[in-house]
Ligand binder design. Sequence first.
Ligand code: EPZ
Length: 428
Amino acid sequence: MDRIRIQGGNRLEGRIPIGGAKNAALPLMAASLLTDEQLALSNLPHLADISTLANLLSGHGVAIHMVGEETNEGHVGRVLGLQAKEITSTTAPYELVRRMRASVLVLGALLARAGQAEVSLPGGCAIGTRPVDLHLKGLQQLGAEIELREGYIHASAKKGLHGARFVFPFVSVGATENLLMAAVLARGETELANAAREPEVVDLAACLATMGAKIEGAGTDTIRVQGVDRLHGGTHAVIPDRIETGTYAMAAAITGGDIVLEGARLGQIGALAEILTEAGVTLEEVPGGLRVHRRNADLTGVNVMTEPFPGFPTDMQAQMMALMSTATTASMITETIFENRFMHVPEMNRMGADIAVHGASAMVRGVTGLVGAEVMATDLRASVSLVLAGLVADGETVVHRVYHLDRGYERLEEKLAACGAEIERLKH
Ligand code: EPZ
């Protein structure tokens, strides 16, 4: 298994191209199931999760081919053509779904297009139990019959789906996306209340609209959909990855560096930009991107609570904790989205951080210096937080199990090394 070795202490300076958003790309790819025409997606990142979903979609009959590559401010994104002339199988098997929970996103689209779907129950994962009950309840509201048997969700809508009102008891990004994809081909009007407002949901709605869907209110907590008989193909560019942007902003901040994040804009990272500014980091829009720097300014502890968009994202919590570990004052970081997303804490403490977890909150007391160590990655964002800590730690850090990183960060070592980090991937 690959490892990443970092020799800490270098101030990072340079430019980093930001790729297309993984969490926008996955539902967009699933949307290709909704039409028999081609959906061309540009600015797709090269990531393991994208390949996993491509495999799953091929099994449903989606023909996938590279339409080309495009260069956007130094980032080479793939343009992929996805065409599901016919749905050849409505089963999403365990072997693929267990590798990536987002596979459950094919459920709504398969049901809407083919009237049935058998999708393996995704099960829990390192960051929490992560049930899919909201996806199922919402689809039932739209007329689906659902049974759970032998580890699979068996869903059918023999007479097609119909519009309905569904109120989410709490915000779920994936369930909003799944219901949106089901509703666009359902008969009549659907209203999704307390819907997720994440930019990735807005991007999905925009793509569906170019395919002929009738959607209003994406980006607010009430989304209205008028079902149509069919969707056609289209072309859509995936939005820049706000979590990748935030992660490299943290790399600049934690090393007291100065980095331009190419293709990123302040508006994409909202709450995070405010928190970083409060902590003593400067963010400014410059031609072609977002400049993030912290020259000679101390880092101040800032309290953070994760919340659905537009609040502070849970996908930035671990990275924020690495940053706060080096602040001059203490901070409290509270995780409200996932119940088990503090697995980076013991690893950071092994690097000399002073973090104490009390339930859903972590008290982070800034230390004067972190020390390199061998550490274990447990999930995608936890892994990258250890890399951030390694960038500023004294001596050598080796992060094990970096396959987690490859799910969501494209060419991470290369991008950081180009800004002066001493970082390399060790094979096996
Ligand atoms: C998406 O996951 C992201 N994944 C996650 O990113 C992200 O952390 C999360 O949204 C929150 O922002 C993708 O977009 C592919 P949710 P999702 O449904 O949709 C509970 C990363 O690192 N819940 O908004 O699965 C759930 O357990 C990943 O890139 C139910 O109880 O998240 C969680 O506590 C990790 N029942 C909360 O809701 C349900 O039916 C929010 O989850 C659905 C969710």
